[in-house]
Design a protein around this ligand. Structure first.
Ligand code: PGA
Length: 247
Protein backbone atom coordinates (compact mmCIF):
# COMPACT_ATOMS: atom_id res chain seq x y z
CA UNK A 1 0.00 0.00 0.00
CA UNK A 2 1.55 3.27 -1.13
CA UNK A 3 1.41 6.15 1.34
CA UNK A 4 -0.03 9.27 -0.22
CA UNK A 5 2.23 12.27 -0.64
CA UNK A 6 1.02 15.84 -1.00
CA UNK A 7 3.62 18.45 -1.85
CA UNK A 8 3.30 22.20 -2.14
CA UNK A 9 5.36 23.86 -4.84
CA UNK A 10 5.77 27.44 -3.72
CA UNK A 11 7.59 28.45 -6.91
CA UNK A 12 9.12 31.97 -6.79
CA UNK A 13 6.86 33.15 -4.00
CA UNK A 14 7.49 34.00 -0.35
CA UNK A 15 10.41 35.91 1.07
CA UNK A 16 12.05 34.19 4.06
CA UNK A 17 9.90 36.08 6.55
CA UNK A 18 6.72 35.46 4.54
CA UNK A 19 7.70 31.82 4.24
CA UNK A 20 7.96 31.40 8.01
CA UNK A 21 4.58 33.04 8.47
CA UNK A 22 2.98 30.75 5.88
CA UNK A 23 4.60 27.66 7.40
CA UNK A 24 3.25 28.67 10.83
CA UNK A 25 -0.25 29.12 9.37
CA UNK A 26 -0.21 25.81 7.53
CA UNK A 27 1.40 23.71 10.28
CA UNK A 28 -1.74 22.83 12.23
CA UNK A 29 -3.85 22.57 9.07
CA UNK A 30 -1.72 19.92 7.35
CA UNK A 31 -1.23 17.73 10.42
CA UNK A 32 -2.05 14.19 9.24
CA UNK A 33 -0.53 10.76 9.59
CA UNK A 34 -2.26 9.47 6.45
CA UNK A 35 -0.04 11.28 3.96
CA UNK A 36 3.48 12.61 3.68
CA UNK A 37 3.38 16.40 3.48
CA UNK A 38 6.18 18.37 1.84
CA UNK A 39 6.73 22.09 1.34
CA UNK A 40 8.97 22.69 -1.69
CA UNK A 41 10.29 26.19 -1.22
CA UNK A 42 12.73 28.67 -2.78
CA UNK A 43 16.37 28.02 -1.82
CA UNK A 44 16.66 30.96 0.58
CA UNK A 45 13.52 29.79 2.40
CA UNK A 46 14.77 26.27 3.12
CA UNK A 47 16.57 26.98 6.39
CA UNK A 48 13.88 29.20 7.94
CA UNK A 49 11.08 26.83 6.88
CA UNK A 50 12.97 23.77 8.16
CA UNK A 51 13.28 25.53 11.51
CA UNK A 52 9.64 26.56 11.49
CA UNK A 53 8.33 23.02 10.90
CA UNK A 54 10.67 21.16 13.29
CA UNK A 55 8.80 18.56 15.29
CA UNK A 56 5.87 18.37 12.85
CA UNK A 57 4.92 15.90 10.11
CA UNK A 58 6.09 18.34 7.43
CA UNK A 59 9.23 17.75 5.35
CA UNK A 60 10.89 20.41 3.24
CA UNK A 61 12.04 20.22 -0.36
CA UNK A 62 14.04 22.37 -2.75
CA UNK A 63 12.62 23.35 -6.14
CA UNK A 64 15.77 22.58 -8.13
CA UNK A 65 19.38 21.48 -7.83
CA UNK A 66 22.46 21.37 -10.01
CA UNK A 67 23.97 18.03 -10.94
CA UNK A 68 27.59 18.88 -10.15
CA UNK A 69 28.92 18.51 -6.60
CA UNK A 70 30.48 21.97 -6.31
CA UNK A 71 32.55 24.52 -8.16
CA UNK A 72 32.29 27.39 -10.59
CA UNK A 73 28.54 27.29 -11.32
CA UNK A 74 27.45 30.76 -10.29
CA UNK A 75 23.92 30.89 -9.02
CA UNK A 76 23.35 27.15 -8.73
CA UNK A 77 22.77 25.07 -5.60
CA UNK A 78 24.07 21.57 -4.96
CA UNK A 79 22.51 18.49 -3.42
CA UNK A 80 24.85 18.78 -0.42
CA UNK A 81 23.72 22.35 0.18
CA UNK A 82 20.08 21.31 0.10
CA UNK A 83 20.68 18.40 2.47
CA UNK A 84 22.76 20.44 4.88
CA UNK A 85 20.04 23.10 4.92
CA UNK A 86 17.69 20.37 6.16
CA UNK A 87 15.58 19.55 3.11
CA UNK A 88 14.91 15.96 2.06
CA UNK A 89 13.14 16.37 -1.28
CA UNK A 90 13.89 18.17 -4.51
CA UNK A 91 11.61 18.97 -7.44
CA UNK A 92 13.31 18.01 -10.70
CA UNK A 93 12.27 18.78 -14.26
CA UNK A 94 9.29 21.00 -13.54
CA UNK A 95 7.80 22.22 -16.81
CA UNK A 96 8.64 25.81 -15.87
CA UNK A 97 12.32 24.86 -15.62
CA UNK A 98 12.10 22.98 -18.89
CA UNK A 99 10.43 25.90 -20.63
CA UNK A 100 12.13 29.00 -19.17
CA UNK A 101 15.54 27.54 -18.33
CA UNK A 102 15.84 25.12 -21.22
CA UNK A 103 16.21 21.98 -19.13
CA UNK A 104 16.31 18.94 -21.34
CA UNK A 105 15.43 15.34 -20.50
CA UNK A 106 19.18 14.63 -20.37
CA UNK A 107 19.75 17.38 -17.78
CA UNK A 108 16.75 16.11 -15.82
CA UNK A 109 18.32 12.62 -15.84
CA UNK A 110 21.63 13.95 -14.47
CA UNK A 111 19.79 15.78 -11.72
CA UNK A 112 17.79 12.68 -10.77
CA UNK A 113 20.99 10.63 -10.57
CA UNK A 114 22.72 13.25 -8.41
CA UNK A 115 19.77 13.61 -6.05
CA UNK A 116 19.60 9.83 -5.54
CA UNK A 117 23.35 9.51 -5.11
CA UNK A 118 23.20 12.08 -2.31
CA UNK A 119 20.08 10.70 -0.65
CA UNK A 120 17.58 13.38 -1.66
CA UNK A 121 14.15 12.22 -2.81
CA UNK A 122 13.44 13.52 -6.32
CA UNK A 123 9.96 14.67 -7.22
CA UNK A 124 10.37 14.06 -10.92
CA UNK A 125 7.98 16.05 -13.10
CA UNK A 126 6.65 15.13 -16.51
CA UNK A 127 3.72 16.18 -18.64
CA UNK A 128 2.52 17.18 -22.08
CA UNK A 129 1.69 20.55 -23.61
CA UNK A 130 -1.75 21.37 -24.99
CA UNK A 131 -0.45 20.89 -28.53
CA UNK A 132 0.87 17.45 -27.68
CA UNK A 133 -2.44 16.48 -26.12
CA UNK A 134 -4.28 17.69 -29.21
CA UNK A 135 -1.86 15.75 -31.40
CA UNK A 136 -2.73 12.61 -29.45
CA UNK A 137 0.85 11.96 -28.35
CA UNK A 138 0.43 12.48 -24.60
CA UNK A 139 1.22 8.93 -23.56
CA UNK A 140 4.18 8.53 -25.92
CA UNK A 141 5.58 11.87 -24.78
CA UNK A 142 5.32 11.13 -21.09
CA UNK A 143 6.70 7.60 -21.56
CA UNK A 144 9.73 9.10 -23.30
CA UNK A 145 10.26 11.71 -20.58
CA UNK A 146 10.17 9.00 -17.91
CA UNK A 147 12.45 6.64 -19.81
CA UNK A 148 15.11 9.29 -20.34
CA UNK A 149 14.85 10.73 -16.82
CA UNK A 150 15.40 7.27 -15.31
CA UNK A 151 18.40 6.21 -17.41
CA UNK A 152 20.93 4.57 -15.10
CA UNK A 153 18.55 4.49 -12.11
CA UNK A 154 18.39 1.06 -10.46
CA UNK A 155 15.12 -0.54 -9.36
CA UNK A 156 16.12 -0.12 -5.74
CA UNK A 157 16.68 3.61 -6.23
CA UNK A 158 13.61 4.04 -8.40
CA UNK A 159 11.40 2.96 -5.48
CA UNK A 160 12.40 6.12 -3.63
CA UNK A 161 11.42 8.48 -6.43
CA UNK A 162 8.15 10.37 -6.53
CA UNK A 163 6.82 11.08 -10.02
CA UNK A 164 4.58 14.07 -10.64
CA UNK A 165 2.42 14.01 -13.74
CA UNK A 166 1.61 17.63 -14.56
CA UNK A 167 -0.08 18.42 -17.87
CA UNK A 168 1.38 21.80 -18.77
CA UNK A 169 -1.98 23.14 -19.92
CA UNK A 170 -3.38 22.54 -16.44
CA UNK A 171 -0.64 24.33 -14.49
CA UNK A 172 -1.74 27.63 -13.01
CA UNK A 173 -4.62 27.85 -15.45
CA UNK A 174 -7.47 26.69 -13.25
CA UNK A 175 -8.07 24.02 -15.91
CA UNK A 176 -7.64 20.72 -14.09
CA UNK A 177 -7.33 17.51 -16.04
CA UNK A 178 -10.43 15.40 -15.55
CA UNK A 179 -9.96 12.54 -13.11
CA UNK A 180 -10.15 10.17 -16.12
CA UNK A 181 -7.41 12.05 -17.99
CA UNK A 182 -5.20 12.22 -14.89
CA UNK A 183 -5.72 8.54 -14.04
CA UNK A 184 -5.12 7.48 -17.64
CA UNK A 185 -1.68 9.08 -17.78
CA UNK A 186 -0.68 8.13 -14.22
CA UNK A 187 -1.69 4.55 -15.07
CA UNK A 188 0.41 4.71 -18.24
CA UNK A 189 3.36 5.95 -16.19
CA UNK A 190 2.99 2.92 -13.92
CA UNK A 191 2.96 0.69 -17.01
CA UNK A 192 6.23 2.14 -18.28
CA UNK A 193 7.76 1.83 -14.80
CA UNK A 194 6.71 -1.82 -14.88
CA UNK A 195 8.37 -2.30 -18.26
CA UNK A 196 11.61 -0.84 -16.94
CA UNK A 197 11.69 -2.27 -13.42
CA UNK A 198 9.03 -4.96 -13.20
CA UNK A 199 5.59 -4.79 -11.64
CA UNK A 200 6.67 -5.16 -8.04
CA UNK A 201 8.84 -2.04 -8.19
CA UNK A 202 6.28 -0.11 -10.26
CA UNK A 203 3.63 -0.79 -7.61
CA UNK A 204 5.84 0.82 -4.97
CA UNK A 205 6.55 4.09 -6.79
CA UNK A 206 4.35 7.01 -5.86
CA UNK A 207 2.82 9.04 -8.68
CA UNK A 208 1.31 12.46 -8.04
CA UNK A 209 -1.00 14.50 -10.19
CA UNK A 210 -0.34 18.24 -10.47
CA UNK A 211 -2.07 21.09 -12.29
CA UNK A 212 -4.73 23.27 -10.67
CA UNK A 213 -5.31 20.90 -7.78
CA UNK A 214 -7.57 22.63 -5.25
CA UNK A 215 -9.74 21.98 -2.22
CA UNK A 216 -12.65 20.99 -4.42
CA UNK A 217 -11.01 18.45 -6.73
CA UNK A 218 -8.23 16.94 -4.60
CA UNK A 219 -10.21 14.14 -2.96
CA UNK A 220 -11.56 12.77 -6.24
CA UNK A 221 -8.17 12.96 -7.97
CA UNK A 222 -6.35 11.31 -5.06
CA UNK A 223 -8.92 8.51 -4.97
CA UNK A 224 -7.85 7.24 -8.41
CA UNK A 225 -5.98 3.92 -8.33
CA UNK A 226 -2.72 5.25 -9.76
CA UNK A 227 -2.75 8.74 -8.21
CA UNK A 228 -0.90 8.78 -4.92
CA UNK A 229 -1.26 12.45 -4.05
CA UNK A 230 -0.54 15.78 -5.63
CA UNK A 231 1.99 18.45 -6.45
CA UNK A 232 0.19 21.68 -5.73
CA UNK A 233 1.23 25.17 -6.83
CA UNK A 234 -1.10 28.12 -6.26
CA UNK A 235 -3.34 26.37 -3.73
CA UNK A 236 -0.35 25.42 -1.56
CA UNK A 237 0.09 29.07 -0.56
CA UNK A 238 -3.30 29.26 1.10
CA UNK A 239 -4.91 27.77 4.20
CA UNK A 240 -6.95 25.52 1.90
CA UNK A 241 -3.79 23.46 1.43
CA UNK A 242 -4.79 21.89 4.72
CA UNK A 243 -7.93 20.51 3.10
CA UNK A 244 -5.87 19.17 0.17
CA UNK A 245 -3.33 17.51 2.50
CA UNK A 246 -6.18 15.80 4.33
CA UNK A 247 -7.92 14.72 1.12
P1 PGA B 1 -0.76 24.83 -9.95
O1 PGA B 1 0.78 24.41 -10.15
O2 PGA B 1 -1.27 23.95 -8.83
O3 PGA B 1 -0.72 26.28 -9.56
O4 PGA B 1 -1.44 24.58 -11.22
C1 PGA B 1 1.19 23.09 -10.06
C2 PGA B 1 2.67 22.99 -10.28
O5 PGA B 1 3.19 23.69 -11.15
O6 PGA B 1 3.35 22.21 -9.60
Amino acid sequence: MRKKIVAGNWKMNMTPSEAVALAETLKPLVATSEADVVFCVPAVDIVPVVNAVKGTNIEVGAENLYFEDKGAYTGEISADMILDAGAKYVVIGHSERREYFKETDEIVNKKVLKALEKGLTPILCCGESLTQREQGITIEWVRMQIKIALQGVSAEEAEKIVIAYEPIWAIGTGKTATTEQAQEVCGAIRVVLGEIYGCETAEKIRIQYGGSVNEGNAAELFAQPDIDGGLVGGASLKPGFGVIANA
